[in-house]
Design a protein around this ligand. Structure first.
Ligand SMILES: Cc1ncc(C[n+]2csc(CCOP(=O)(O)OP(=O)(O)O)c2C)c(N)n1
Length: 341
């Protein structure tokens, strides 16, 4: 039997280029952000191995096309509610390399001023809401942000993410149902990396595709190749436009693979090596490099310039973070209560 259209993830082809209306600079920036995200995470893993990072390190290696492609199509006023593998999304939303690296090292210059590890930071000045650890709990929050936008006529879209594992939790269903019923401007991307810690997707749910749940809430669901940054950007742009036009939320399932352990303390020995080999050949950054080269969307000078810039920014960021002071103990008591006017 031929596969239905829905089972084939949307991918991007050369003919689709005009539909994106991306400038030359946009194409280069997508590469810059994915590369920057990867470089930061590789350095962070190194710092973790040197014992300089306390707590766990959860990387988004392999997820760059999802976090960068989706966030890239947001407007400045839109709100991002990232998950633990969305380094790229923080960067696209304007978070600085210095602050992120200082955050990982627990320094005062970090986003939470040294109060937390690496994944719960948010920055409302940049429209980023800090992640809640309980999986799927960001979805009702995103629905709340979207409701506020609608009530205040702000025309803001809330973009949030969840893992395949998280999509089986009650909050996912309540949040999505609520957003659908009220036609809220929300976009929810499931980062289906096939494992919830060590549990493969086949043992998590009998659903064939996670996006099938969208039908139950009367909203559109789209499957996209999560390793194809342009396909992710295209699908997310349509969802953002739909949300902004008052037509409600979209559920997107981005299929990918987690290329490292659940976190750096996990050797992911439970993942069949052939699976990793297959997905290694589909690395989102290498795929995009090939696309840019084959379609002459960049020159080798431009490529080298971006790579040198990324390396320098990460070197300088690590240097800055390492030299930055830790917070003083009494600072932990600051910012506990919001000021009341
Ligand atoms: C409600 C809840 N249950 C359990 C956990 C512990 N936990 C943290 S990450 C994780 C696996 C998450 O898998 P998935 O949602 O697929 O995301 P991934 O880490 O694979 O990107 C679990 C079980 C949690 N944070 N929240």
């Amino acid at each position: 039997m031929p596969k239905s259209k829905k089972e084939n993830p949307i991918t991007f082809r050369k003919d689709d280029i005009p539909s994106l209306e991306f400038s030359h600079e946009d194409f280069l920036n997508l590469y810059y952000f994915m590369k920057l995200s990867r470089e930061i995470e590789l350095r962070v893993i190194n710092l973790y191995r040197q014992g300089k990072i306390l707590g766990g390190v959860y990387s988004g290696i392999g997820h760059e096309a999802i976090s960068v492609g989706s966030t890239f199509v947001l407007g400045e006023e839109d709100i991002l509610l990232p998950m633990h593998r969305d380094m790229g999304a923080h960067l696209v939303k304007g978070q600085t390399v210095e602050r992120i690296l200082a955050q990982y090292l627990g320094k005062e210059a970090g986003v939470t001023r040294g109060r937390d590890g690496n994944m719960h930071h948010g920055d409302l000045s940049r429209g980023i809401v800090g992640m809640i650890s309980h999986l799927a709990a960001m979805i009702p929050v995103a629905a709340g942000v979207a409701l506020a936008s609608k009530l205040q006529k702000k025309n803001r879209v809330a973009l949030t993410f969840v893992g395949d594992g998280g999509s089986n939790v009650g909050d996912f269903h309540e949040g999505l149902n609520f957003a659908g019923a009220l036609k809220l401007p929300m976009v929810l991307v499931i980062e289906n990396n096939q494992f919830a810690y060590s549990t493969p997707i086949s043992k998590q749910t009998a659903a064939k595709n996670l996006v099938d749940r969208a039908a139950g809430y009367g909203i559109p669901g789209v499957i996209v190749d999560g390793n194809d940054v342009l396909a992710v950007a295209k699908v997310c742009r349509e969802a953002v436009e739909r949300a902004r036009a008052g037509r409600g939320p979209t559920l997107i399932e981005a299929k990918t693979m987690r290329m490292r352990g659940h976190s750096e303390h996990d050797d992911h020995a439970y993942v069949p090596p052939e699976l990793l080999e297959t997905w290694k050949g589909r690395d989102p950054i290498q795929q995009y490099e090939r696309f840019l080269t084959e379609n002459t969307l960049w020159t080798s000078d431009e490529r080298e310039e971006i790579e040198a810039r990324v390396k320098k920014e990460v070197d300088d960021g690590v240097d800055f973070a390492e030299k930055s002071p830790f917070p003083r103990g009494e600072q932990a008591l600051e910012d506990v209560y919001a000021p009341v006017e």
